[in-house]
Write a protein that binds this ligand. Structure first.
Ligand SMILES: [Zn+2]
Length: 259
């Protein structure tokens, strides 16, 4: 499996002692006027203290607290770290709009969206006079949805073709490839050989998508992250370090595209 990098600095409150806990995580929403984003409070029996992070993919602030911490105590904790929260939220890049004239990267190549109201009511990748385009027919109100559907279909095609070809190189079999909008993983591999990927990889440069496929296919042979796994992964991918660094630096951005 390949996870997102979590944001680094996480303010922590002093540990709490002696709290009796229910054995499950309870999630609740909390609205604070000072925080310009949704706030999610996760009450977890495993939490020993309050901690805070900004979830870039979902654009929300998450506070993990031990069970039984009242809202006003959570609010005080968030209030003490307000500058940090605001800085992290302000640092999120603007959300790209899928509209006529907007630019969308497909496997690292910029494509300009061109709305053709009288054309076919589908979206398709084309080579236009001024460069690569995504041409979308039909009503403007469906444009973002149609572009997203096209990107998902292209992701499925790229990921499936590459997974099968790489598996064949190591004599392994892919039981199935599923493509979803996963928030916490780029890819995963089950013990039964089912591979799952995030469709947003199609927005990344080609070597990045290719590396994630290589990573999950290598798990068909090595269900671990041992040196043997990494050697196998490197033999299936053109590059490993570059794509990993790229995902750490840019992964959250990919979650901001789409309808
Ligand atoms: Zn892995």
């Amino acid at each position: 499996m390949f996870s997102f990098l979590k944001p680094k600095p996480k303010p922590k409150a002093p540990a709490r002692k002696g709290t009796r806990a229910p054995q499950r995580v309870v999630v609740r929403a909390l609205a604070l006027a000072e925080v310009p984003a949704p706030l999610e409070v996760r009450s977890s029996p495993r939490a020993r203290r309050m901690s805070l992070r900004v979830d870039a993919a979902r654009e929300l602030v998450r506070v993990v607290v031990p069970p039984g911490v009242p809202d006003k105590e959570v609010a005080r904790f968030v209030g003490r770290h307000l500058d940090w929260v605001r800085q992290r939220l302000a640092a999120l890049p603007p959300r790209p709009v899928l509209a006529d004239g907007a630019v969308v990267p497909v496997l690292g190549v910029d494509h300009t969206i061109r709305h053709d109201p009288v054309g076919r009511t589908t979206a398709r990748l084309c080579q236009g006079a001024l460069g690569p385009e995504i041409v979308v027919g039909g009503g403007a109100e469906f444009l973002a949805r149609r572009v997203t559907d096209l990107l998902k279909a292209e992701a499925r095609r790229q990921l499936t073709t590459r997974a099968k070809a790489k598996a064949a190189r190591i004599g392994a079999t892919v039981a199935a490839v599923t493509v979803r909008d996963t928030k916490s993983r780029w890819g995963s591999c089950s013990a039964t050989g089912r591979l799952s990927f995030c469709w947003r990889l199609v927005l990344a440069p080609e070597p990045v998508l290719d590396y994630v496929v290589a990573h999950e296919v290598a798990h068909l042979r090595e269900m671990n992250h041992s040196p043997r796994f990494w050697a196998l992964c490197a033999s299936l991918a053109g590059d490993v370090d570059g794509p990993r660094d790229w995902l750490k630096a840019n992964g959250a951005r990919l979650h901001r595209f789409g309808a």
